[in-house]
Design a protein around this ligand. Structure first.
Ligand code: AMP
Length: 193
């Protein structure tokens, strides 16, 4: 994987443990020559992650919609900033650039982005790995909700299993590297393409 899109909070959260894992992920990207694609912000988890990579001369590509590109939020020190007209065009651009997706703790924006990536996988439009870094069990309740969706007949178990979960940066990245999309997904993918 050459480039991974990371979705994460525009806030830092109250517990340092999340920030520390963002730094760990940034270090892992630099050590393994993986470029990061992200929302282009300099605030919260996004900013910490981008700073960690940039300070070590790693690659950071921001993709930001014009409306968010004002001084208070947009990062100015990254490798490249791509400005899109709309939020939806930003998602398309990020998906064109990235070989996989990771979510770190965040809020609505983070969930919106990671679930869009999962939906693309479910429909077979993409077959890229999608992972969440479950620092401090942050996503445990969300994972339980996915179980409810399976039990109640709204989500296939096989689709649920597309989501890669780990609370360790190294393990998550290894699992993503070894990810193989379900066979069915690949067949649909061929038809769509
Ligand atoms: P949230 O989880 O609600 O804090 O939203 C964070 C996610 O939404 C990030 O992955 C970004 O792609 C996007 N996002 C939200 N706010 C901003 C912002 N101020 N600047 C850039 N991207 C943002």
């Amino acid at each position: 994987m050459k480039k991974i899109a990371v979705f994460c909070g525009s806030s830092l959260g109250f517990n340092e443990i999340y920030k520390n894992d963002a730094i760990k992920l940034g270090n892992h990207f630099v050590e393994n020559s993986i470029g990061m694609v992200y929302g282009g912000g300099k605030i919260g988890m996004m900013g910490i992650l981008a700073d960690t990579i940039i300070q070590q001369n790693g690659e950071v590509i921001g993709v930001i919609p014009g409306l968010l590109r004002h001084e208070e939020v947009a990062h100015t020190e990254i490798t490249e900033m791509i400005v899109t007209k709309t939020m939806s065009k930003r998602k398309v651009k990020i998906s064109k650039l990235a070989d996989g997706y990771i979510a770190l703790p965040g809020g609505f924006g983070t969930l919106d982005e990671i679930f869009e990536a999962l939906t693309l996988g479910q429909l077979g439009i993409e077959s890229k790995p999608v992972g969440i870094l479950n620092t401090n069990g942050f996503f445990n309740h969300l994972i339980k909700q996915l179980d409810v969706m399976v039990t109640e007949g709204y989500l296939k178990q096989s689709n649920k299993e597309m989501l890669i979960v780990s609370d360790s940066v190294d393990e998550l990245c290894t699992l993503m590297l070894n990810y193989k999309a379900p066979e069915m997904t690949k067949i649909i993918n061929k038809v769509v393409k």
